[in-house]
Ligand binder design. Sequence first.
Ligand SMILES: [Zn+2]
Ligand SMILES: [Zn+2]
Length: 154
Amino acid sequence: MEKLLVSFNDFKKTNKLVVENKFFPFEYDKEIIKSANLSFSFEANKYDDVVNVTGKITGTMSFECSRCLKLFEQEIKIHFECSFTKEEFECDIMEEMRETVLLNIPMKPLCNKDCKGLCPVCGNNKNEKDCFCEQKIKDEFVAEKWSKIKKLKI
Ligand SMILES: [Zn+2]
Ligand SMILES: [Zn+2]
């Protein structure tokens, strides 16, 4: 992944560095994230021996719902902050942003917190229509249990 280094060398003539609306070349694990279109902005301020960076990452990302497997898009608005000292000298802002995004996205994405998922029997998406497979299995189980009990009595 490409780096974006901010170092004390950037503050020879100024105490403030502003970067606005740049494309964020975010690299990700395709298992969880299906697409990402992100930009970032930040401001770096130097105070004597320390540089404070504050910024935001915005855009959209798409995920596959972990319950119903449907692709869905989500707005992203993540704030990030980091700082480094004169001894550390520099900081890779790309890496800081990558870690922040990864910490802020769900490990098990859901298209909707109430997503009903797929039927384990017929594979139907239960958000779109109801099927009664699970109820049927439950009914059959109960019926079978009763028939055994009846047999015992005889
Ligand atoms: Zn879902
Ligand atoms: Zn079903």
